[in-house]
Design a protein around this ligand. Structure first.
Ligand code: AMP
Length: 397
């Protein structure tokens, strides 16, 4: 596969799939420009070579052409980030777009309208992909890691219409792949993964793949209760997937066979209702009272996890340790962020991904401490599952 650095874009036009699916407020201002900043190195490399850039992205989940999902809203923020003028066109295929592309001069940036205004985008429609490939770009660059696990028209199918010499991953996509592989396949031992979140069912594939890769697997969040119940504990009103108890037992057995240490909570913060205002108490895992539910890990567990993390050379974290949205149950998640920050400061390699974990790291001001913060949610999980992502495969075919 070519890399962006192998290509000289002088007087060339590059069609770049970016992930500008950014949050907007009521006045359509961008409230978090992380994804725009993440695409900047690729855009700048092409412009600095003397090329021009055509940007395409999705925004939200529009049903047809809904103005509130127009990418026009992000132009001011994009101009601010790039420090240059950005032209916008209110479609992504067709004659007007071709004309706009033909008129692009070196150093110019053109932003196309939301790809998902066309149903063909999500359907991976060949005709739509071909129409995108036909707007007049010399190169196709995919820098949208966040959608690389989808075989959509602009993320995978379009790549068929560019030969190997004329397509490549962008700098962000390449960095994501390398960072994830560095942690997952080339991680210095001991390797520890911390997996949290609501349900085991959504992360079975991740857990199973990690059993082949890590020395320690820390299971926290809602999914821990299915494991605790499988081990014979009473779990009160805690979130449990009763149809996954056998799976949890199988995972625990497999971990033993593979000599992977599974770390589950030893104590919990339990609440009498699912609310930030609930009454709380700290109990050990064998004593969850009837009618109460575990919403965070307790202090002994925080300490135990910290010790494992401090003794690790590679750390992978995805998913909160508790109901992090409620301040009173955010301590476990925050402690994991702090522990990883500290271990990274002492030389460990750390990879953090997923909305809640990244939000925790940002809230604690630890972004600079973490070795790599992934911009992917679903895409990261699929990489952690060991799957090949269609958006990446398509670049080498
Ligand atoms: P996921 O999208 O699978 O990573 O799950 C994230 C969600 O898990 C967050 O919204 C958390 O509030 C939720 N969660 C974490 N711990 C618990 C828990 N103990 N009980 C219920 N929900 C939880």
């Amino acid at each position: 596969m070519k890399t962006l650095r192998d290509i000289n874009f002088n007087h060339k036009k590059a069609l770049v799939r970016v992930d500008f699916n950014v949050p907007l407020d009521d006045t359509f201002s961008v409230t978090d420009n992380t994804r725009i900043l993440a695409a900047k190195p690729t855009i700048e490399k092409i412009l600095n070579d003397g090329g021009s850039v055509i940007l395409m992205s999705h925004l939200g989940r529009p049903k047809g052409k809904e103005d509130k999902f127009s990418l026009r809203h992000i132009v001011p923020e994009l101009e601010k980030v790039l420090g240059r003028k950005v032209r916008f066109i209110n479609d992504c295929t067709g004659e007007d777009v071709k004309k706009a592309v033909a008129g692009l001069k070196p150093g110019e940036v053109l932003l196309l309208e939301n790809l998902r205004f066309h149903p063909g985008e999500k359907q991976g429609d060949e005709n739509f992909a071909k129409a995108l490939a036909d707007i007049g770009a010399d190169y196709y660059i995919n820098d949208a890691f966040g959608t690389a696990h989808r075989a959509h028209a602009s993320t995978a199918v379009i790549a068929r219409y560019f030969d190997k010499e004329h397509k490549a991953p962008g700098i962000l996509l390449e960095k994501e792949i390398n960072s994830i592989r560095k942690a997952l396949d080339k991680g210095q031992k001991p390797v520890t993964a911390i997996i949290g979140g609501a349900k085991v069912s959504s992360k079975i594939g991740v857990i199973e793949n990690l059993l082949n890769k890590v020395d320690n697997l820390i299971i926290v969040g809602g999914m821990a209760y299915t494991f605790l119940k499988a081990l014979g504990n009473k779990t009160g009103d805690s979130i449990v997937e009763d149809n996954k108890l056998d799976l949890a037992k199988r995972i625990l057995k497999e971990a033993e066979e593979k000599e992977v240490k599974i770390i589950l909570p030893v104590d919990l913060v339990v609440a009498d209702k699912f609310s930030n205002d609930a009454q709380t108490k700290i109990v050990d895992v064998h004593h969850i009272p009837d009618g109460w539910q575990g919403l965070d890990i307790g202090p002994k567990t925080r300490k135990l996890i910290d010790e494992v993390i401090q003794n690790s050379k590679t750390i992978i974290w995805n998913g909160p340790a508790g109901v992090f949205e409620f301040d009173n149950f955010a301590k476990g998640t925050e402690q994991i962020g702090l522990s990883i920050g500290k271990a990274s400061g002492n030389g460990a390699y750390s990879l953090v991904g997923g909305g809640d974990s990244v939000a925790a790291v940002k809230k604690l001001g630890l972004t600079d401490k973490i070795s790599y913060i992934s911009t992917g949610g679903g895409a990261l999980l699929e990489m952690l599952e060991g799957k090949d992502l269609p958006g990446i495969v398509a670049l080498s075919d």
